[in-house]
Every structure is written in C-alpha cells, then in structure tokens.
Design a protein around this ligand. Sequence first.
Ligand SMILES: [Zn+2]
Length: 684
Amino acid sequence: MPMPSAVDLAAHPLTSWQGPLGLPDFTCIGDGDFSGVFDAALTAHEAEIETIAGNAETPTIENTLAALELGGEALDHVSSIFWCRAGAHTNEAIQALERDISPKMSRHFSAISMNERLFARIDDLYQRRDALKLDSEALRVLEKTWKNFVRSGAKLDAEGKKRLAAINEELSSLGTTFGQNLLADERDWALFLDAADLAGLPEFLKSAMAEAAEMRGQKGRYAVTLSRSIYEPFSTFSERRDLREIAFRAFTMRGQNGGATDNTAVVRDMLRLRAEKAKLLGYASYAALKLDDTMAKTPEAVHKLLDPVWEKALEKAASDQIELRRLAAEAGSNEEFAAWDWRFYQEKLRAEKFAFDEAELKPYLQLDRIIDACFEVATKLFGISFEEKQGIATWHQDTRVFVVKNTDGSERGLFLADYFARPSKRSGAWMSALKSGYKLGDGSKPVIYNIMNFAKPPEGEAALLSVDEAKTLFHEFGHALHGMLTEVTWPSVAGTSVSRDFVELPSQLYEHWLTVPAVLEKHALHVTTGKPMPKALVDKMLAARTFGAGFATVEFTASALVDMAYHARPEAPEQPLRFEAETLEKLNMPRTIAMRHRTPHFGHIFAGDGYSAGYYSYMWSEVLDADAFAAFEETGDPFNPALAERLRKNIYAAGGSKDPEELYTAFRGKMPSPEAMMAKRGLM
Ligand SMILES: [Zn+2]
C-alpha cells in the first residue's frame, strides 16, 4: 500500500540532484520541503541499517563496513543542503526546523551507534581484523569505526545507553540554542551614527557602515554592527573613545545580556552534561574523551604546547602595552588605558613604526584578484584549475560556482563560494561540503563550498579586503583544497575528516602563499591605478607581520586555556562565568585584553561540539604549518615541485587515511617543535 504523504526520495530535488553540473536544483527547493524529506530520509536510513544489522550472513567488509559507510545517502544530501542554509542563508522557518531536526538527528545517530546487532557485526570484524588481510586504509576505518561505537556507548548497559542518548540529545539542542541566541544578539544590536561621529574612519569602513545601516532601514546613517569585519576596524580606527567603549562592551557581552538570548545557563547545562557523559564512558574528563583520537592525545600534551607560549605572549604584551600607554599619554589622554584603547593605539604604533596604516593596503587587496591568487597558487602547487560557470542557481544569488579541473582537463569536482555578509548569514568564515569525494562503491566527486562575511561594496565598486580578510580567504580555501584534492577510498576518512588538531594544517599552511612576493606582485594591484603594491609597502607589510603578536597570542591563548580549564576537570563548574573570571585571574590575564571569544559567545566550543576541548588545535596546527612552510623556504622555492607533490600526496590528498603523525613525517621527514611557530609569531 503506498503511503499517500510519502516523499519519493529518488525524485525529490533535495535528495536526487538533477540540477546543472550535478548540483541540486535549488530553484525547486522550498523551505517547506525539508521537514518531510528529512523524515523520509531518516526512515530510509533506518531501513538500511536494519538490513545490515539483520543480515544472516557472516559479517564481511562489504556487507557490513562498506554498507554502513555508503548508507544514508539521501540523509547526507538533505542534511548538507539544510546545514548550508542554516549557516549561510537562514530565516525563521529554517531556524524553527533546526530546533526540530537537531534532536532528531542526534536520536537517529545515537540509535545507530547503540544498535547491538550492528555493533556485534563490527566487533566480529574487529576481532578478526588481522586475518582479514585488509589494506592499511580499510584497517584504519575498521578500527576507527569500532572505537567510535565504543566511545558512543556500545559497551554500556541498557540504563547507561538510555542516559547517554538523552545527554546527546540535550547537548545537541543546547548547542543549537547557543548558536541562535548568539545570532540574535549579533543581529539585534547596532549603533547608528551620523557623519559627525566618524572621525578617524577610513573610507572602506564608512561605506560598509553605510551599507549596514541601509540594510537595517536607516539609509543615510552609519551602523557599527557586531560583525567582526565592522567591529574590529571600527575599534582600530575610531577617534571616539566613548564610541569604542560602547562597541567593545556590546561585542564582549554577546550572549550575556539577560533575557531570552542569554547563554549563561545554556553553558552551565552543557558543561554539566559533558562532564556526566565523560564519566559514563569511563574517561577522567570531557577533555580526555575528546582528545583520545587526536594528534595531541592528552590534556597534558596540550598544556605542554600552550603554557610556554602563554608565558612568552604575556611578556610580549606587557612590553607592548608600555609603548601603547606612552602613545596614549602623548596623544593627551589622561584616562586609564583600557581594553577599548588597545587596537586603536596599536594601529597608531604600527603607523609610527612602519609608517603605513592598514587603510593604505586595502586598495591593493581586491577580492576578485585575491580569489585569482588563491586559484593560481593551487594550480602551481597541485596542477588543478578553476573555471567559473555563470547563471547556476544555488542557495543565494551571490554564490559563485567553479568547476575544478585536473591537469588533464577532466573534472575533479565543484567549488562554490559565497563571499558577502548579510543578515541571514551567521558570522565568521567556513568551509563545508555539499558532497565529499571518495572512491568506495560508485565513488563521489567532491562539491565543496566556502562562506565568507566580507562587507558587500556598493553596486559597481570593487570589494576590498583587509590583510586579515585576505588571509581568511586563503585559509578557508586551504580547507576547500583538503576537500577537493582528496584521493581516499573510504568516505569516513575523506578530505577534512581528520582529527581536529590536524585539520587546520592544510588551511593555515595555505595562508603562507598569500605573502609570497611573486603572488603579491601579480595580484595585489591598486583598485584604481592597477599598479602593483609598491615594494616599500610590501616590505613594510611583511616586516609588520609579527607586529601585535603579544595581543593576538594573548587573546587567542586565553580562549584556548579557558576551554581546556572547563573541560579537563572531572566536575563542571556551577557558575561558568565566575569560573572564567577565576581562571583568567590565575593566568594573570591582562585587564586590557579581552579573550578572543568569551564564554557566552564562544561558538567554537558551545554552538555544537566541534572545538570543545579543541580550540588549542589552531595553534597546534600552526606549529605544523610554520614548520611545513619552512620546508619550502629551505629549498629557496615556494613552489618547489618535488616538495609540492609530497605535500599533495601526504597531506591534501590523504585525508584521515593514516595517523596524522605518520602523514606529517612522510611529508617532512620529521616531527616539528613549537620553536618555528613562536619565531613566526615574533615571540622568540
Ligand atoms: Zn580553519
């Protein structure tokens, strides 16, 4: 009997991708479609799991492990489109669905990882793994799968399993609430200014603020918003100390404003549940659980990296602050030096020391040229090329679509990029996949996308980037390359499916090529004259790279240390915000520097589970990237072909097919130490 309301997954545009270039046909997708398709896709995946678990034949790699990896395709498809929309182009309908779908997905995957018959088959293969004569990648996938089942509670008794499922579901809902509260606080706050209030602000910022005000219905005025691409330059350039203070307070209080969007209780509950989960699974702390399958492996190893960096950063920040106070005094300020003064005087000090300011660089960093630079570096290093396709519908009309081609012209996959900020997009920059690339079964070509939040220029003008924004573009494109260059067989270890403290290596390493002289000469061209950035300006920009390292390292490392402090203890703190304050006190955190992400808006660790007990990973990866780029510098050729090939093969193409330590050593011949990173930051 056909069900009258059933969705036909084989024909629906969310699950059967029949649009141009094999993309979903976005013109046929309505917000109202998601709910029914999700339900149908969940049911279909449940049936697939039941078939695998209930198979009467002896478990084999094909009928169990491969079937498990290839199952749930419809669910993957609808999920990838939905989460793309939820991050890049959301609305109230999508947000309501998110609250409904998050716990459903969590329940679904909990049920799979606690399916006893399924685990029995995986366990059977695992116990016989030596006799199965598997290649190293398949063996690793089997071991990881087995371990994931165990870490997900496969060995718990019925009571324990029930509790774990409840915890996971609640954590998932809380993570969604955290992110939505934060978005609401960021969206609802704006400081509207008039022309008289703009002293010190460069043109690019004025026009971004004018655009932001117009978007919020105040045409003719200027808005300071809590988007980093407006907040940071505003606090860097505004001569108005009173306005800098207002903006600083709003930015650092996101998620902590009382009322319905306050994240304090959300955080408290999440920490409590995470501690309980770790205990249930037999780990000393949530950090111990999360670090178990990383490159660092233990909280102690993380501290071995962070603690010496913290000491050096404090020293550097303290000596920088003396200079900043001097500048403030010279400028006639007799106020006590405060956190909202740091960026402002640091910029003045930069101008004094290096005789240029950020705004001088900006006309040379045109978005379109920097995109070209990203593509060209990839061509030089890895042989792939990019061809833009016009008129392809995606989730938003600003998104650009590129076909990625191999050296022989064959199609490798697709790259989609959505560069501009808008109120429907969450803040930050990220890479994700509509589809990952792998060889198992019929295989799959990667469809990778990048989301940015650059201020959109007025119609007809070129978008200009700050140096940091240009770096972000290279960074996310490095992640995209990790997804696009993948050569692995098994989906669960494809592309960026590597441990968290390894995943930032391909992205952070790629940033180094932005400032390679040949790349700047060709692509850093002035927006009106078309002339390359003058050599003197390039030299100053390069010399200035380590400038402000004290501030940057303190604000980052403070966040990483607080993350570790929350999660490396057996019991959760009763009052997280007090705990945050006490932890910073113990660390001797300077009062004039704020954490890069304070607890109530620390999305990396609370809007989901992505970087909990893992914010350190960025710095861990930085140790790797500094050392990896040094390998190119040692050869005297930033595009050294033999080295580039080793890099492609062992890092960008290898995904998680081997232990990260093994992959890195295969590329570099040895493991790195933190010295190259500290030197790169100018802390040594
Ligand atoms: Zn990244």
